[in-house]
Design a protein around this ligand. Sequence first.
Ligand SMILES: O=C1O[C@H](COP(=O)(O)O)[C@@H](O)[C@H](O)[C@H]1O
Length: 230
Amino acid sequence: MPTEHLFQTGGEAAADLARRIAILLTEAIAQRGVATLAVSGGRSPRPVLEALSKEPIDWTKLIVTLVDERWVDPVSADSNERLVRETLLQGPAAEARFVPMKTHAADAYAGQAEVEQAFAALPWPLDIVLLGMGDDGHTASLFPQAAELADGLSSPARIISVTPPAAPHQRLSLTASAILASRHIFLQIGGAAKKAVYDRALAGGPVEELPIRLALLQDETSVEVWIAES
Ligand SMILES: O=C1O[C@H](COP(=O)(O)O)[C@@H](O)[C@H](O)[C@H]1O
C-alpha cells in the first residue's frame, strides 16, 4: 500500500513534495554521481516543478526527462516538454540535462525508436518517477480502453506509442515495467474528483479499468502519494 502525505492545499503539498524529491536527488548524486528524474505533464505538476527549481541541488548532475509526452511541437501549450522548460528548468536548474520525448518524426509511432535509443542511454533504474493521474484513472499516457494499453502494462520495453481513445494527441509513454523499475514512485493528486478516483483505484479491481492501479496495487517499488484537498 502507498504511503500517503495529506495536505489542505496544493501549494503545501507541492512544497513538501519538492523538498522530498530534492533530498532524494541529492542522496542519489552523492551515491552515484548522477541522478535521474522523470516527471509527468498536464496541469498538476506545475507548482511542484516550480518549487523544485528553487531547491539547492547540484543541477549539473541531474538528468530530467518525462513520463509521457504528447506528440505536439515543444512550443505548443499542450507540450509536456514546454511545461518542464517553463517551470523546472529555470535559473540554476537550467543546468540540468533534459532528455526530450519528442523528435522531428511525423508521428509518435515513427518517433518511438529514436526516443527508445535516447532512453536506453540513460542510467537505469530511474531514481524518481513523478506520476500524475487523470480523472479517468490514466497515468503517464496509459489510458483505459486504449488499443495499446495491454502492451503498456505487459511489455518489457520502456516506451510505447499511444493513441488515447478520448484525449487529444498521439503520445509516447513509459510502460508499466519502466515505471515500476524506478527507485521511487511518487504520485501527486489534488481535489475531490481525483481523490475519489484514487480511493476507487486503491479499493482494488482490474488495472485495465484504472491504470493508476499499476503503481498503487503492487509491492515491487515503494509508492508515496501527495494528496491535497484543494
Ligand atoms: O495527459 C496527461 O494527463 C495526466 C494528468 O494530467 P492533469 O492535467 O490531470 O494533471 C498527466 O499525468 C500526464 O503526464 C499528461 O500527459
